[in-house]
Ligand binder design. Sequence first.
Ligand SMILES: NC(=O)c1ccc[n+]([C@@H]2O[C@H](COP(=O)([O-])OP(=O)(O)OC[C@H]3O[C@@H](n4cnc5c(N)ncnc54)[C@H](O)[C@@H]3O)[C@@H](O)[C@H]2O)c1
Ligand SMILES: O=P(O)(O)OC[C@H](O)CO
Length: 322
Amino acid sequence: MAAPKKVCVIGSGNWGSAIAKIVGANAARYDKFDTTVNMWVFEETVNGRKLSEIINTDHENVKYLPGHKLPANVVAVPDLAESVKGADILIFVVPHQFIGRVCETIKDHMKKDAVGMSLIKGVDAGPEGLKLISEVIRSKLSITMTVLMGANIANEVADEKFCETTIGCRDKSYGSLLKELMETTNFRVTVVEESDVVEICGALKNIVAVGAGFCDGLGFGDNTKAASCGVADLITTCYGGRNRKIGEAFAKTGKSIEQLEMELLNGQKLQGPATASEVHQILKQKNMLDKFPLFTAVHEICFNSHPVTDFIKCLQNHPEHM
Ligand SMILES: NC(=O)c1ccc[n+]([C@@H]2O[C@H](COP(=O)([O-])OP(=O)(O)OC[C@H]3O[C@@H](n4cnc5c(N)ncnc54)[C@H](O)[C@@H]3O)[C@@H](O)[C@H]2O)c1
Ligand SMILES: O=P(O)(O)OC[C@H](O)CO
């Protein structure tokens, strides 16, 4: 029998912790996985104690996923290089702005034949154009990459409320293993080969969610909000997500995005405004800004002091309406 696969969850925010709850339970249940699951914790002090110690003693991430016990076989490791040692499956789940440094830190300490799975929603805008986060990881670590994205608000997943998710996996040989690691009765996994499509939809919906928040903050109706909304993850994020919540507060208070993130998210990180900025850079390079008025409006409002009260005006001249 093949040696049990060792899993490391790289990240322990709201989603990282919810996923560690699932992965920890499945690793304990199935022989093909090593029971101990390492979870890298970006160390900080919470109520006078180290967060990693709280997790290892009380089995709860009291800062990022309060109210949910993590399985005892999920071990919080504050040293990133140490956390990935010997791992066959690396689950990347940090806010996208930190992924470059994470890869630099682990590259000489990880197994060269590990498989990666990115749960990170975001994109990278480099000199050569737009890159998916899975591409960034693949190019830095030279490993096979897969992704997992869905309409998955972490607190609801941790509450074991039913939802669906999709694994994008070009190499079919990994599909069933990863599905087994992630799936539960209430977290249903579909595996598809179109990994890039899964990933780009997960990233771009965050910009739309900020716009949906603007609609709520400005008091527009449900029709207005739905005009910028598609299916599944878009619906979820536009009603229940953090990007929407901050968008609403931004429109209502006039405070900056950074200020609201600090006041309302207790250390959690927004992905929508940063993604709007990265996508803006690419659209500008390609002379395509006018084709994406919603993305452009969110960018201008978040970063260039464009009044949020003009949000709908920015959309009234959508090329589709001309
Ligand atoms: N929360 C959700 O409901 C949800 C669901 C699906 C996907 N996602 C995606 O998962 C990814 C991770 O989000 P999250 O919700 O787990 O995190 P989060 O926003 O809840 O928490 C922020 C995390 O960043 C860490 N951090 C702070 N400074 C850091 C630094 N300098 N270097 C590295 N880490 C640092 C914090 O310790 C914390 O773990 C994002 O791309 C997000 O879009 C989130
Ligand atoms: O809370 P948000 O806006 O970061 O969205 C969380 C998830 O991506 C929803 O699927």
